[in-house]
Ligand binder design. Sequence first.
Ligand code: ADP
Ligand code: MG
Length: 619
Amino acid sequence: MRHLRYLVAAAAIAAFPLVSPNPYFINLAQDIAIAAIGAIGLNILLGLSGQLSLGQAGFLALGAYGSGVLATNHGWPLWATLPVSLLLSAVAGGVLGLVALRTRTHYLAMVTLAFGYIVEILAQRWVDITGGSMGLIGVPQLNFGDFQNGAANYFWAIAATLLLLQMLNDYAMRSRFGRSLHAIKESESFALTVGIDAARWRSLVFMVSAVLAGLSGFFFAHQAGYVSSDAFGLDRSIALLIAVVIGGLGSAYGPILGAIILVILNQLTAGLYEVSYYIFGGILLVVMLFFPAGAVGAVQRLFGRRAGGGSGAVPDASGAGAGGTGAGAGSGGAGATAQTGDAGGTGASSTTDGAAGFSFAAPATGQGPILELQDITKSYSGVTAVNAVSLKVMPGTVHAVIGPNGAGKSTLINVISGLYQPDSGSIRFMGRDITHLAPHRRAALGLTRTFQNLQLIGTLTVAENVMLGLQRGSGFARGWLRWLASDAEERDERAEALRLLRFFGIERLADVLPGDLPYGHRKLCELARALAQRPTMLFLDEPIAGLNEGEAKEIMEKIRGLKALGMTVLLVEHNMSFVMQLSDTVTVLDYGRKIGEGAPDVVQRDEAVIAAYLGTGEA
Ligand code: ADP
Ligand code: MG
């Protein structure tokens, strides 16, 4: 399908100038392609990673002047000025990307706005170099060897570049690169815990979007043979933003669709300069109110497809899945539980079945502790949530940490997984000091967690959420080439995700969005995602909170199954009977302090524990 799509696109690009009735349309098509290149960059930045830039015109200007000035005033050939353009915008994008790490939302909007302003003012005032608002005149147009270009040649050059970028974009969006950005956009701490280096990704994306804007500026400069500072005002940044939003934020073909709409609108409102802002603003408002998924979403709705749909097989599969969910919810969750309960009922055999499907690096048991906490203390302003806690977890065991609400259990998990830095104390994992290791590096070591308040990415399907945990596969360039040849990598990843979902009895829900699932199934989905990370050790923060008895039993069976496969589990729980049935060792926290530890039956009889915890009536 995608090969066909690209071939059709290439044929359309090749044919267009030949069948176009007059040069006006070719010029219009150039405008669209130039805008689309910038829009693809902004879409990756805003639509995927959630970072807003109001300064894209600044990068456009760097690309345009970087090449225009060198070619016009210094006679450089264009093949030599192009890298300068890209480099300039990359450097500026990299610097702004570093700023973006410290802020997001409206502050980032202001920083990029200021950047755009500074570049615009420089372009206006630095007349010796840029020609100011009078413009840089006589910018050479693109030519190929001694073959003087016409509008058609230039269109081909821009459109071919756009097609190539679109192919890269399609791969990025459908592979783990796009999924990672979705994760970062929705929850950065979650992204870290599945091993995504969020800071690196975010600054990288900023740079990529700046380079694409610079490339767009380069093409713009050599289109008309004239560059003036008026072209790089705030309205240009806003126009690009409008194109991306109108097209459909975060969708693969939104930027092109948005660029087409934008350029046509520009033509229609060309004579109405004074009111064009109102027209654009009005359209933006209507789109955001009535078509939040943009033009792409509207088109998909027309054809009955889910916005941001996955592979070609999605429509019928998701239909079936949604039906299943409906039934489960309708019978108050009981139906769904019984169903999955059946799957769990085959007990050990289904577990070993699943074992063939995935693996994890179970360390040899019988050695020393796999995880060792030494005097960990963590305070928030005023509250010492964890107070000098030491803990040893033996490999292959289920170790529970219990305690009343506010005892510090979640804080302890956050410290171990690296989301919080302890005030003092040390953490050793498999003999290695990881106290100061970044969370995504701990994840890479096999420390995997789930969250008390579930962290699933709402814009990705259940299967894609599980695939987030995989985070393996080739680098970008190799991945792209392989993707062009076949979809083997995608299929393999999906197959692995489905195996994990089957282990938890929710394979049929693979193509449903997590928001459409009952709570118990979301928990199972998160567990599947955690296992996809091939954990060495699994941290479960209240895995059965909010579940009914049947669902809780099912989770217990699964944890038993994992233990049988050699997994080490650190379990934070509230529910005593669950803990007592499942764990080998229990540690009791109260007000951040460890007040008891031992085998479940011993802890159960411990007087301090009874006084602090069991006496509260929760037992
Ligand atoms: P548990 O998971 O055992 O219920 P927590 O680790 O969530 O306990 O909380 C321990 C204590 O730390 C509580 O008093 C809680 O109010 C406080 N606390 C937890 N997280 C934060 C935070 N991010 N900022 C300030 N206080 C916090
Ligand atoms: Mg908690």
